[in-house]
Design a protein around this ligand. Structure first.
Ligand code: HEC
Ligand code: HEC
Length: 450
């Protein structure tokens, strides 16, 4: 298991001689990733301006609220129309942005070099990593991030902390440097129901934070909404809540998972800081923006992950879950913003299908330090340094469909995952440990119903 604590100890034990050697390496190494291309791309992630409330805090909303539809049925939640039968679609007749089924086809489409795949990439299709029960779900696929700390400062690996695991040419393969000894896996997360998460107002997430007891209070990370000229919004997507908009996340994923550039991120990734221009035959941006929009609209149209059977055991298990303080972070119910609310820096209007919906994500979408931080900050800047030890509260909806847990996928049972809760969750873990066995068993039954 990769633990930053262990890495840091090893680092200090390395002593001055090693530090010197590594110091000169670092000189070379930090020149490379600061290449123009990497720097220009980084600008997109720097947020600007103030953050809108996006309407009132609706967490405790008792007005007209409907339950969000929840099912693993590959049917639209109403955000876009269902469209022609999925089985009737092919490369020749698919119409991007026309419907749920068309956009699902694009999300599932396998890209090749002629579409802009690579030179460095992790997989060929969004579905490769987001499919479990149905397209859009989480999966066991992990990606790899590395870097190192020098004099208390985090340095990403050359070209960025994400080490793409595949390349379209052998000489473009990214390799991990020995001295980049902070290493983590991050497992693929669920995108089903993501449109509802996007439709939560900033003020609602900030309200949840403000009501948390101080010792457990989450961090709301302000991030850049690419399509709003990098205006800032409260982050909520990804293990570090590093994005607030699905269009921005989709552009980021298309570039970083598949090597496909688009208008929001038009510059290709380097290979460990090395120029890739001789290896990338398609002119940038490789996608005109329609694929990115189709991905976003597909995710916005998905239903939330549904619950399993709710037995009396499950119900008393949820009481124990609340009693043990788990629900302070794993928030049971959140209501999305009202219809017509402007979100994403004013670039998106919350439509009827996503508005005033009660969802049960069992997350606050905030960052917490529960002692599992992977050592990699959201961005390698002083402002983001504290995010190295923080992870977003894992949404527990859909938990029963997964058997590799936590950000690194290295906990294989619920009990193991709970045992790893320390830091801001240590009080809650103590309460859990003190529960009578019958309540612990019920709590586990509750988790199995999610
Ligand atoms: C190689 C596997 C892989 C591929 C391919 C991939 N993803 Fe992901 N995806 C991940 C991983 C891993 C995460 C979590 C990463 C993190 O937060 O550091 C993630 C997270 C996400 C999230 C955030 C969901 C949440 O709130 O946690 C969205 C949205 C997303 N991906 C969309 C896409 C889209 C759209 C595509 C296709 C362009 C795509 N992904 C392709 C692995 C993949
Ligand atoms: C202070 C906030 C906080 C509290 C309290 C808390 N958790 Fe968590 N929980 C998290 C965070 C953050 C993660 C993700 C950690 C990681 O991946 O490294 C997580 C992850 C999990 C996971 C793994 C989910 C997955 O998809 O991998 C389970 C299961 C879980 N928590 C159950 C519980 C239970 C049960 C309790 C109460 C005993 C609890 N949590 C209390 C913040 C909290």
């Amino acid at each position: 298991m990769f633990s930053t604590a262990i890495t840091r100890v090893r680092w200090r034990a390395g002593g001055a001689a090693l530090a010197l050697v590594i110091g000169s390496w670092t000189m070379v190494q930090t020149q490379q990733p600061q290449s123009n291309v990497d720097q220009v791309r980084r600008q997109r992630f720097i947020r600007h301006g103030s953050t809108d409330d996006e309407g009132p805090d609706t967490a405790g909303n008792r007005g007209r609220v409907d339950e969000a539809p929840a099912a693993f049925d590959s049917l639209t939640n109403g955000y876009s129309e269902q469209g022609p039968a999925f089985e009737s679609l092919n490369e020749g007749n698919v119409v991007k942005l026309r419907s749920f089924n068309d956009n699902r086809f694009v999300f599932e489409e396998v890209e090749g070099m002629a579409d802009g795949l690579g030179p460095t990439y992790n997989a060929q299709s969004c579905r490769e990593c987001h499919q479990n029960i149905v397209t859009g779900g989480a999966s066991q696929v992990t990606e790899h991030r590395t870097g190192h700390v020098l004099n208390g400062e985090f340095f990403e690996s050359p070209g960025g902390s994400l080490i793409q695991s595949r390349s379209t040419y052998p000489e473009m393969a990214e390799r991990v440097l020995d001295q980049d000894d902070i290493r983590t896996f991050r497992i693929s997360t669920n995108t089903l129901g993501a449109g509802y998460i996007e439709a939560i107002s900033n003020s609602t997430l900030l309200g949840i934070r403000d009501r948390q007891p101080e010792s457990m209070r989450g961090t709301a990370l302000l991030v850049s909404v690419f399509e709003a000229e990098s205006l800032s919004r409260v982050g909520r997507f990804g293990w570090k809540s590093q994005h607030a908009s699905l269009q921005s996340f989709a552009a980021d994923a298309y570039l970083n998972e598949m090597g496909v550039t688009s208008p929001l991120l038009p510059a290709e990734n380097t290979s460990s800081g090395r120029d890739v221009s001789g290896y990338d035959p398609v002119a940038d941006p490789e996608d005109d923006g329609d694929d990115v929009m189709a991905f976003a609209n597909f995710m916005r149209s998905t239903k939330a992950p549904p619950r399993g059977p709710i037995t009396p055991d499950v119900r008393s298990g949820e009481t124990a879950f609340t009693k043990a303080g788990c629900a302070v972070c794993h928030v049971a119910s959140i209501t999305t913003a009202a219809q017509g609310t402007l979100i994403n820096g004013g670039t998106l209007v919350v439509p009827k299908a996503l508005a005033s919906k009660a969802i049960h994500p069992y997350s606050d979408f905030l960052l917490h330090d529960i002692g599992t931080g992977d050592g990699i900050p959201v961005l390698p800047t002083a402002e983001h340094a504290s995010t190295a030890t923080q992870i977003r509260t894992a949404p527990l909806w859909g938990l029963r469909t997964r058997n590799r847990l936590m950000h690194d996928g290295l906990s294989f049972t619920k009990a193991e995952a709970i045992r790893r809760h320390g830091g801001q969750a240590s009080g809650s873990k103590q309460l859990f440990d003190g529960l009578p066995d019958a309540q612990k068993t019920a709590l586990m039954a509750f988790l199995d119903s999610l």
